[in-house]
Design a protein around this ligand. Structure first.
Ligand SMILES: *[C@@H]1O[C@H](CO)[C@@H](O)[C@H](O)[C@H]1NC(C)=O
Ligand SMILES: [Ca+2]
Ligand SMILES: [Ca+2]
Length: 300
């Protein structure tokens, strides 16, 4: 079973903070409760929600004839059907067969700035547009209904990586602290995070002034190298190739946009060569890492 990670972004005071004790639950998915609470801070974010969007291919496994669809996986927006020749295949899901949304929190906003009832409705609709230019350009933009998002000013854009970097470091340290039986981190990862954890000069989680964050980055630069790589590795999964597609970036980007109006601009700028992929080198540069510190081996 997939492990779902609920991160909490506490954005009060315009600061990204690490998850607090009760709020960040790392758990197997056992409930179907609303996972994204928009409105009151802190906002819970279900990072697992969007990785279904990833094309996992249409793989066939040996199954008993009676249920050929049982182990036949279709990407989100498609469902399995058996054709006349008894061959299972993935076909577009009819959006009307999606479970009805239980509230606004299930709504998603597409890059067409249209609100869809749920991510199921979104992907089913996207599937019907497959092969068209419109379908190719349509992505899930963010969670929640479409809304007006303030333009991101240049000064704000420059502040964004400072807070994001600090937040990544805190997420990782928090995972480490709760890792006793969950095995969220591999032994190798734990060793690396242990060093950050033991750093006495480490800034505690919580809102910090931008000056302090900038100062800390300069002073404790080495401490930030691993968290930036780690996050890239978390996202670069389908496939693991050193590049992030829009879909791979979605688990991070989609919940962040409604709260952080510079998110879109930040990730657009990250793709420095504008090829629609964020390469590890581009990602690292976005977070202020030096070229010589980009290391593919840190990810595995
Ligand atoms: C997107 O839709 C929202 C809500 O309908 C609207 O307020 C906003 O201005 C739109 N944004 C763009 C970029 O058109
Ligand atoms: Ca990839
Ligand atoms: Ca690129």
């Amino acid at each position: 079973m997939r492990v779902w990670i609920v991160f909490v972004l506490c954005l009060a005071g315009h600061a990204m903070a690490a998850p607090t004790e009760e709020e960040a639950i790392v758990d197997e998915l056992v409930t179907e409760e609303p996972v994204v609470e928009v409105g009151a801070n802190p906002v819970q974010i279900e990072v697992g929600e969007f990785d279904e969007a990833i094309d996992i291919g249409e793989e066939v496994e040996e199954v008993a004839a009676e249920d050929l669809c049982l182990n036949y996986h279709c990407k989100k927006g498609k469902v399995c059907e058996v054709d006349e020749g008894n061959t299972p295949m993935c076909v577009c899901q009819d959006p009307s067969t999606c479970p009805p949304a239980e509230g606004d929190f299930e709504h998603v906003c597409g890059t067409d700035n249209k609100t869809y009832d749920s991510s199921c409705h979104f992907f089913a609709t996207k599937c019907t547009l497959e092969g068209t230019k419109k379908g190719h350009k349509l992505h899930l933009d963010y969670v929640g209904p479409c809304k007006f998002i303030e333009p991101c000013l240049d000064t704000e854009l420059n502040e964004f990586p400072l807070r994001m970097r600090d937040w990544l470091k805190n997420v990782l340290v928090t995972l480490y602290e709760r890792d006793q039986d969950n095995n969220l981190l591999t032994e190798k990862q734990k060793l690396r995070v242990k060093k950050i954890h033991e750093n006495e000069k480490r800034l505690q989680a919580g809102p910090h002034s931008l000056d302090l964050l900038a100062h800390d980055f300069e002073k404790n630069y080495n401490m930030y190298i691993y968290p930036v790589h780690w996050q890239f590795g978390q996202l670069d999964q389908h496939p693991v190739d050193g590049y992030l597609t829009h879909t791979e970036l979605s688990p991070l980007r989609a919940p962040l946009i409604p709260m952080e109006h510079c998110t879109t601009r930040f990730f657009e700028k990250c793709d420095a060569d504008d090829d629609k992929y964020i390469a590890l080198e581009e990602w690292a540069a976005c977070f202020g890492l030096k070229e010589q510190d980009v290391d593919k081996d840190l990810i595995i």
